[in-house]
Design a protein around this ligand. Sequence first.
Ligand code: BMA
Length: 331
Amino acid sequence: MSKIIGKELKNIPWQECPEGYTKPVWRYSENPIIGRYDIPTSNSIFNSAAVPFEDGFAGVFRCDSMAVSMDIYAGFSKDGIHWEINHEPIQFICEDGEIAKREYRYDPRVVFIEDRYYVTWCNGYHGPTIGIAYTYDFKKFYQLENAFLPYNRNGVLFPKKINGKFAMLSRPSDTGHTPFGDIFYSQSPDLEYWGHHRYVMGTFKGDASAWQSTKIGPGPCPIETDEGWLLIYHGVLTTCNGFVYRMGCAVLDKDEPWKVKYRSKFYILAPAENYELCGDVPNVLFPCAALTDAATGRIAIYYGCADTVTGLAFTTVDRLINFAKENNLEV
Ligand code: BMA
């Protein structure tokens, strides 16, 4: 039995695995949980992040507007399923006007570290890079320096310092839709100066795991377990009809997370339902958050569907780690 190292979350959104279902991750029966028009100006609400907050949940949501301008919005929920999302994007408090200039913001992640919540997102600064901010209450958000030079996407913080340093996974990219991408690890003493960059894992060029042959990127913040860091990530295949985004999992070493212990050659969830297959960008599953309950090993995954709506799916730590072990990809 693998164990989550972390807090109990009694009110984690949850549905039991349907009887006879043998795959590692199952969908919430009422998906999608957030519709594309759930705030008055939105064109789509997807690739979004939720965390436990007070006696319920808070989140940061990617809402593309009817101008198809990409921004991030705070929201609140009692049960993690029904959300009230603010109608205005987050206005960051920032001491440096150069950093505060908004180009675009998308694909947020949220994590609680020590005494506050940190938000990371893909932040336009002469190309995409990783924006960082913190908040205590999801009302006031304080923006810090961008983590890296452009071009980078999918900056995902670990939920605690590793070897005394803040730690982040990310995916160096390009200015466009990036036909490549591997996952790297970086660390920082203060969230401003990042270094100690290490290669974690890359695409797999070959028939043994083709779903992750074009690019991969970290999804939710890594989950601490007694076997190491459980990482849920996205993997992309290029087809004659464009990119297909699926979800995979890996286990990284506890103290040296750039070392991969197990990585599943099979995806754990792939576009198959209508709301995943059809939308503004068809065939996209893009996980950005996972709630966990250390007492039961339950995991609830929030994922963007077809760049249009937000879905919820469930699994357990045991199921995912066993799946990665049993189907380990020999690189
Ligand atoms: C990526 C990002 C994601 C998006 C995905 C599929 O490059 O832009 O926000 O979900 O493409 O379009």
